[in-house]
Design a protein around this ligand. Structure first.
Ligand code: HEC
Length: 126
């Protein structure tokens, strides 16, 4: 019985490691993680996968400037993310913290250098 249990754990661990490798999970630096937790971003966002909001890796592909991301935290534009519920405006996030988070989000785009991400779908209809 004990042996079976041990085997199960081994199998489970292997599966976790395998899945982890396949998805190349982003490790959030501790200082950024603290800010994301404090400002409850992680309740809705994961760096790699869709939760309530889009994965930060996808946000990084939109090629915003850090300042633009800060603005979007204070004043989200749900039209950027069809199929998602609108994000609540988080105006109480201190600007320096928002900037630090923004810079980190933009750093997540490292993997897609070869294929320049398409510009956000801001169709010029002026
Ligand atoms: C209650 C859930 C929720 C929380 C909390 C939340 N977000 Fe969001 N976020 C969303 C959703 C949903 C979207 C997509 C729709 C939208 O942009 O309104 C989004 C979109 C975004 C975008 C993309 C903006 C764009 O227009 O491309 C950024 C950047 C972002 N969130 C950052 C943050 C940060 C940083 C925090 C913490 C300070 C945070 N979010 C907290 C749900 C959330």
């Amino acid at each position: 019985m004990k042996k079976t249990f041990g085997m199960l754990i081994a199998v489970a661990l292997t599966a976790v490691i395998f899945v982890g490798k396949a998805q190349a999970q982003t490790v959030i630096p501790e200082d950024v993680k603290a800010l994301l937790q404090k400002n409850i971003c992680l309740a809705c966002h994961n760096p790699d996968t869709r939760l309530v909001g889009p994965p930060y890796k996808e946000v990084a592909k939109k090629k915003y400037t850090d300042a633009q991301i800060v603005e979007l935290i204070y004043e989200p534009k749900p039209e950027h993310w069809p199929g998602y519920p609108p994000m609540a405006a988080l105006k109480n996030v201190p600007k320096d913290e928002a900037l630090k988070i923004a810079a980190w989000i933009n750093s997540l785009d490292g993997g897609s250098k070869k294929a320049p991400a398409k510009k956000p779908a801001t169709k010029k209809k002026a």
